[in-house]
Design a protein around this ligand. Structure first.
Ligand code: MN
Length: 291
């Protein structure tokens, strides 16, 4: 028998949401608010926008042209649809259950908006954006996307009609995830029915956390409520979850990238000098053009 993974702390939802552009009303679980990030490498940021109805609009709400460099952005749509465009000419729509895994790598310009038809009608909009760091050797990799469509994301059904796990990345109990990653990590979209249970082992050396997107669970003997964020210690492997009601969870874990972080907003490099070079590239138009 492996040891139960010990819980470091269960955090409440941050007290106030912030706006990213005019379309993303999000609670920033880290890095702002709590000193969680240091314990969650390779994850750099978690913004969670719980279901919110912005109402109908003839101009799609969102965030206009901005750059990213040196890491990956992972957008998970739960309700409503996101449309994106980038400086390499790519565009697409992320619908409920879909995931967009964008490797910004050496640098990209993009914009992210509510999808046009969705905007016209309004309705609940719920999403997560997760930032995943790249190791130094891969920071300048060519920008690219993995568009993971809901139906194609690898899934595991849980016993006794307990629910299912969408394995966005990594693996779950031996089944491989859909996204390719640069470092060893797991991103699991877990959907539990009432009284559904889940047991999994995650290595000691993985930094590990669970966000309760919806519902209410018991995890390794402790209760966690809707929008709570459970941070584990690097002590023990086994995670036992029981859903007290129908629940949606996001499980994150990964081997830490033990390299220095130099960050300014959407640029995440290793040194101040690299950040300065990045500014110069950005200002001189090396990230391309997007209107
Ligand atoms: Mn962005």
């Amino acid at each position: 028998m492996k040891k139960a993974k010990q819980i470091e702390k269960i955090f409440s939802r941050p007290s106030r949401p912030g706006m990213v552009g005019d379309g993303f009303r999000v609670y920033n679980y880290f890095p702002n608010g709590y000193a969680i990030r240091e314990k969650l490498s390779p994850f750099l940021m978690l913004d969670f926008g719980p279901a919110f109805d912005f109402g109908p609009s003839d101009h799609p709400r969102g965030v206009d042209v901005h750059p990213h460099k040196g890491f990956e952005t992972v957008t998970i749509a739960y309700k409503g649809s996101v449309e994106h465009y980038d400086s390499a000419g790519n565009s697409g729509v992320i619908n409920p259950g879909d995931v967009q895994w964008m490797t910004a790598g050496s640098g990209i310009l993009h914009k992210e908006f509510h999808e046009k038809e969705f905007s016209k009608n309004g309705g609940p909009f719920e999403m997560i954006q997760l930032w995943v760091n790249l190791p130094k050797k891969d920071k300048l990799t060519k920008p690219h996307y993995q568009s993971l469509v809901s139906a194609e994301i690898n899934k595991v059904k849980l016993q006794d009609n307990g629910g299912e796990v969408n394995i966005i990345a990594g693996n779950f109990n031996g089944t491989k995830g859909s996204a390719n990653t640069f470092t060893e990590l797991n991103v699991l979209d877990i959907r539990l029915n009432k009284n559904g249970t889940l047991t999994t082992d995650i290595p000691n050396e993985h930094n590990t956390a669970i966000l309760v997107v919806e519902g209410n669970i018991e995890v390794n003997g402790q209760n966690a409520n809707e929008h709570n964020f459970i941070l584990f210690k690097n002590d023990g492997e086994t995670i036992n979850i029981k859903a007290n009601e129908k629940s949606v969870l996001l499980l994150l874990s990964g081997v830490p990238i033990n390299e220095p972080i130099a960050q300014y907003g959407p640029f995440v490099m290793n040194t101040q000098q690299e950040l300065q070079e990045t500014f110069m590239e950005y200002q001189s138009g090396k990230f391309g053009v997007l209107n």
